[in-house]
Design a protein around this ligand. Structure first.
Ligand SMILES: Cc1cc2nc3c(=O)[nH]c(=O)nc-3n(C[C@H](O)[C@H](O)[C@H](O)COP(=O)(O)OP(=O)(O)OC[C@H]3O[C@@H](n4cnc5c(N)ncnc54)[C@H](O)[C@@H]3O)c2cc1C
Length: 377
């Protein structure tokens, strides 16, 4: 039976970046991925360029657009434009390419990949996990990383993250052409979708289009997309297949590690509950997971608690505010649009959030400070 330092369940963004970080440090790593390579990923690919600090490779090949403006609209009008020409630009990446780049690079450093295969049983003997796959492949590992995404089967099994995960409903497709979206702009369209919004993010010659609802678990169907949203993006043809996905969103501060096991990315319920940003927490969690596991492997230790502490401090505190903002905004979206997005300083703040220069906690503290100063005068 083969032995590994680390076995990773799931070869999406968080699994592959954890694998790369660990194999670059010289540890033996296996990724088990259930899907074939190259299948369409519904992710719109919006990513803060500042996140490359968590990626130990050049990802230029996966970047399809560099964004200068973020457009917000309420039912196709009442436009607000945020200028993104700050220090950290916002990129649109093709997720299938990005995930492949990471896996290929990890393999160059010796990481093994088993795909398509899924894990059927995990047992523990002393300091080792024994992992059995559906194709009867069996192996041992010292540490386990759960990176099986929003539909994670294993995060709950190991009690990692929220006991009752919360989900946003999403519907996504990729359409040829850019419609009325310019190459260097992304569009957020509010008002058409109850409890959420629609988006159009440009790739080189196509658009990643989607809808998301964030509270009340409102279900989405193609009708929504067909009637209003597609037309608002300047497109007519609706002959493309949509992908519906339940996206696990952040829902409180929780333990993200167990005994020799860690959850990363969507499996750890890290996705932003206001804007569905999941690439950033996937990369942050993968980086910290690799650092913490590598520390344990090098010193024959097993304390993974610094991982949960780091993640909850670096990401969770901001998401607690993101969750509050989402609950108010999506319940009263028209008021939210007028008072939030149409505020004079809002475009700059939103740009700073998307580029990673500011987080929800910073914004909330500013608002509270402003309110306190006003009530004192
Ligand atoms: C419609 C939509 C649009 C989005 N747009 C954006 C965006 O623009 N910007 C942004 O920052 N975030 C966006 N997100 C969020 C982002 O896509 C996710 O947060 C990110 O993909 C999480 O990566 P992951 O590796 O944790 O999960 P995934 O990318 O889902 O990878 C999980 C992997 O695990 C595999 N797997 C599952 N179960 C098993 C198993 N039992 N055994 C083996 N393998 C398994 C799956 O096949 C998959 O490859 C969007 C999400 C959706 C749904």
């Amino acid at each position: 039976m083969k032995n590994f330092d680390v076995v990773i369940i799931g070869g999406g963004l968080s699994g592959s970046s954890t694998a790369l970080n660990l194999s670059k440090k010289g540890f033996s790593v296996l990724i088990i991925e259930k899907r074939q390579e190259g299948i369409f990923k519904p992710c719109a690919g919006g990513m803060a360029s500042s996140m490359t600090k968590f990626l130990p490779l050049n990802i230029d090949q996966a970047i399809e657009s560099k964004i200068k403006n973020v457009e917000f609209r309420w039912e196709s009008s009442d436009e607000v434009i945020a200028d993104l020409s700050g220090e950290s630009p916002f990129w649109i990446v093709r997720r299938e390419k990005l995930d492949k780049l990471l896996i290929d690079e990890a393999q160059k450093f010796g990481c093994e990949l088993r795909r398509p295969a899924h894990v059927e049983r995990i047992t523990r003997q002393s300091k080792n996990w024994t992992i059995l796959c559906n194709d009867n492949f069996i192996c041992k590992s010292k540490f386990l990383v759960i990176a099986d995404g929003s539909q994670s089967q294993w995060a709950g099994y190991f009690n990692l993250g929220p006991r009752k995960p919360k989900f946003a409903n999403t519907l996504a497709l990729r359409m040829e052409g850019l419609g009325n979206i310019s190459k260097d702009s992304v569009r957020f369209e509010f008002g058409f979708i109850k409890y959420g919004f629609a988006w159009a993010f440009p790739l080189k010659e196509s658009l990643n289009i989607g809808l998301g609802t964030f509270i009340n678990n409102k279900l989405l169907d193609d009708e929504f997309l067909n009637n209003k949203v597609i037309k608002s993006f300047g497109l007519e043809d609706f002959s493309f297949k949509t992908v519906k996905k339940k996206l696990r969103i952040w829902n409180g501060i929780h333990k993200l590690h167990g005994d020799r096991v860690i959850a990363v990315g969507d499996a750890a319920s890290l996705c932003d509950p206001f804007l569905a940003e999941g690439i950033r927490p996937s990369l942050i969690s993968s980086f910290h997971a690799a650092e913490c596991i590598s520390q344990c492997l090098s010193q024959d230790g097993e304390d993974l608690s610094p991982y949960s502490t780091n993640l909850n401090n670096e990401w969770g505190k901001s998401m607690a505010w993101g969750k509050r903002i989402a609950q108010v905004f999506y319940r009263f979206p028209k008021t939210g649009y007028q008072l939030g997005i149409k505020r004079k300083t809002a475009p700059q703040r939103i740009a700073q959030i998307l580029s990673g220069e500011m987080n929800y906690e910073d914004i909330a503290k500013r608002v509270i400070k402003r309110l306190l100063t006003r009530s004192e005068t």
